[in-house]
Design a protein around this ligand. Structure first.
Ligand SMILES: Cc1cc2nc3c(=O)[nH]c(=O)nc-3n(C[C@H](O)[C@H](O)[C@H](O)COP(=O)(O)OP(=O)(O)OC[C@H]3O[C@@H](n4cnc5c(N)ncnc54)[C@H](O)[C@@H]3O)c2cc1C
Length: 394
């Protein structure tokens, strides 16, 4: 293999190019990214950057000397617009074509939007810096969507003295992800601080003065942040023959699947938020938007691309964290679609607890608030070995 192209220059793409070099690949290595910034970290955007605790340069993932040492053909500020698997090229927005023997797709996701103009979203460094300029004491901020991102942004805005209204269509925020009981505890944190959390409320439109709800009511705001989920960046793959749906569909090796007959040479892998791969540890096809997974999957895809004979299934225990107010939330496993939640340490009411999740007969995940990471090590291990529910929680 002499020419590898990685599209998407963020957590997953960076991990992929670093792994390729570390594993001894010394051919041409092109990293294409449509943002102008060199790879940077997104989790601090809704935390330390939005609160202005950090200057923007702190999110840069690698110093320029470290990037130089990878000897990349770095094509930043340029989108990949088409994949042609017959002549094995990636077409870029400037009309150029980059040939590949191996390709890793790491194009991530973008925010869903609502009808109407003028709302903020929070995905890029520039989004965070723009929003940061606009929120301060007394400013009225409406946050649409009380998922992890919306909740983090609401918490920071509250701390900055803004008057925050948080709107959520579900009766209990995050219930679909973590269960109603835990969702209620996480939600309580907003109410205790005087954030105006309204549930069961659907926003239909962003207006000049704020937002309009499904029942016709309007809520005035100085600024509106829309945090209603995301869409995988797969449009540039249309017509390529790759199987795309909610993400790039991959097998357990992170190799992309083909919707039409597989071309003679495959060699296309995907990693990070854009990849929907089969995780054999859970027996589920999943697409997850977690920072740690992006890096680990970037590494796994790179290794499997480079050594097809020694490929290994990518079977991680997913991990994510979220910081809201003084709460540190951490979770391991795959909580979605769980059948039962049980508090196994601490008390929900005290805001310091470990909750275990059962799916079928097995322990599928844990979520903790306010406990040191070491408390979760044993739980993570139990999930990794596929422990049964009975043996894990009794
Ligand atoms: C504000 C915020 C807070 C977060 N907080 C947490 C947290 O607390 N904990 C946690 O676990 N996770 C968190 N995440 C999620 C985490 O940041 C992501 O999982 C991670 O960034 C995914 O990395 P990625 O490389 O797969 O995709 P991305 O980071 O989305 O990068 C994809 C890159 O590809 C580029 N691109 C897209 N299309 C093209 C194209 N056609 N051509 C070229 N380039 C293209 C994009 O512009 C982008 O630069 C947070 C995310 C955000 C936005």
């Amino acid at each position: 293999m002499n020419r590898i192209v990685v599209v998407g220059a963020s957590a997953a793409g960076l991990a992929a190019v670093e792994t390729l070099r570390r594993e001894g690949y010394d051919g041409t290595l092109t990293l294409v990214g449509d943002e102008l910034h060199p790879p940077y970290d997104r989790p601090p955007l809704s935390k330390q950057v939005l609160s202005a605790e950090w200057t923007p340069d702190r999110v840069t993932l690698r110093a320029s000397a470290e990037l130089d040492s990878l000897e990349l053909e770095l094509r930043l500020g340029l989108a990949a617009v088409r994949l042609d698997v017959t002549d094995r090229t990636v077409r870029l927005a400037d009309g150029s074509a980059v040939p590949y023997d191996g390709l890793i797709v790491a194009t991530g996701v973008r925010p869903r939007r609502l009808p109407g103009e003028g709302a903020h979203v929070l995905r890029t460094l520039d989004d965070a810096l723009t929003l940061r300029e606009r929120i301060g004491p007394g400013q009225r901020l409406v946050v649409v969507g009380a998922g992890f991102l919306g909740a983090e942004a609401a918490a920071v805005a509250w701390k900055l003295g803004a008057q925050v209204t948080l709107l959520e269509p579900a009766p209990v925020p995050l219930a679909h992800a973590v269960g109603a009981e835990v969702g209620r505890v996480l939600t309580r944190a907003h109410l205790q601080r005087g954030v105006d959390l309204r549930t069961g409320v659907s926003v239909t439109e962003v207006t000049e003065d704020g937002v309009r709800l499904a029942d016709g009511e309007t809520i005035d705001a100085d600024e509106v942040l829309v945090a209603v989920g995301s869409l995988p960046n797969v449009e540039w793959l249309a017509g390529s023959g790759l199987s795309v749906g909610d993400g790039v569909i991959c097998d357990e090796y992170c190799e992309a699947a083909w919707g039409s007959p597989r071309p003679k040479a495959g060699g296309v892998y995907a990693a990070g938020d854009v990849a929907r791969w089969y995780n054999p540890l859970f027996g589920v096809s999943m697409r997850i938007e977690h920072r740690t997974n992006a890096a680990e999957q970037g590494m796994a895809a790179a290794r499997n691309l480079l050594n097809p004979e020694a490929r290994k299934p990518f079977a991680p225990v997913p991990y994510f964290w979220s910081d809201q107010y003084d709460m540190k939330i951490q979770a391991y496993g795959y909580l979605r679609g769980h059948d039962e939640v049980r508090v196994v340490e601490g008390e929900l009411e005290e805001g310091r607890f470990v909750a275990a999740y059962r799916t079928g007969e097995r322990l599928s995940g844990v979520l903790a608030v306010g406990v040191p990471p070491k408390v979760l090590r044993g739980w993570r291990q139990a999930i990794a070995v596929g422990a049964g529910w009975g043996e894990a929680v009794n």
